[in-house]
Design a protein around this ligand. Sequence first.
Ligand SMILES: Nc1ncnc2c1ncn2[C@@H]1O[C@H](COP(=O)(O)OP(=O)(O)OP(=O)(O)O)[C@@H](O)[C@H]1O
Length: 297
Amino acid sequence: MSIKVVNLTKSYGKQRVLSNINFEIPAGQITGLLGPNGAGKSTLMKIITGYLIPNNGEAKINQISLANNKINAQKTIGYLPEQNPLYDEMYVREYLEFHRNIHQLPSKRIDEVIDITRLEKEAHKKIEQLSKGYKQRVGFAAAIIHEPKVLILDEPTSGFDPKQLVEIRNLIKEISKSTTVLISTHIMQEVEALCERVLIINKGELIADKMMNNFNSYKQQIIEVEFDYRVEKVALEILPNVDNVINTKGFVYEIYFSTEIDMRPKVFDLAHDIGLKIVSLNKVNQSLENYFLELIK
Ligand SMILES: Nc1ncnc2c1ncn2[C@@H]1O[C@H](COP(=O)(O)OP(=O)(O)OP(=O)(O)O)[C@@H](O)[C@H]1O
């Protein structure tokens, strides 16, 4: 199922927190919503899930308007809010039973979600006895119990240790095979690890909408340089952190570096040392981090 957001604007009192947001996420895509603290990510998600009403514009889930047909749209949405609200005094199974009843699902669905979220060993415990990671799994289990076609996850991995982080990310990847997922975060590596596409929001405005294959992996950088004359590839390969050098045309070379440090000054120095002039010098592909930081500067 798709998510469509049209001309969405939201203010809290006099503070405008979303301005004219437009995007469409096709069925089956896993998309990151990236933005600094206070950018408006949670507000946008609350509107997409029908918990908040926008001042202008609308959100649609697979063509169903949340404004006109909220209940039907919500039946197809799973939502894990940032605070992961749980009833701590309930037992895990009891809590999931509560959600199963709301959705009027067969009882075998409880064991299925316990299995998917690897909660078997903790299912007999009270929620208050669980670690943060396992509490989050309970939140996931409740969010997916009705097999939603669209899953909205608001900062689902914040505060986890590295081992739990990997487990939760794997869980999200697994779920995303059958579900359209929108996941908010301010962690770039999260988007790199999970998403096919990234929406960047800052001060309530959508400032970028990119497919992740436009970016280098976290620690890679490609510099395109044109010299005034031919140079042997081996002469460029002596630069530090070089992975590869490709002569793309004429006197133009792409140099692949395995570092986040900006290597353009080193290329300048080398050209000077070997007596070449630089005609042009560009970073071809940026890391998501550099792109993000430049955008929100
Ligand atoms: N219920 C509310 N009433 C008034 N202002 C609010 C309310 N909820 C959020 N805001 C304000 O709206 C702005 C956007 O908040 P929002 O929680 O949507 O941002 P966010 O990108 O999710 O931030 P974070 O990454 O810190 O969770 C902030 O300035 C916040 O203080």
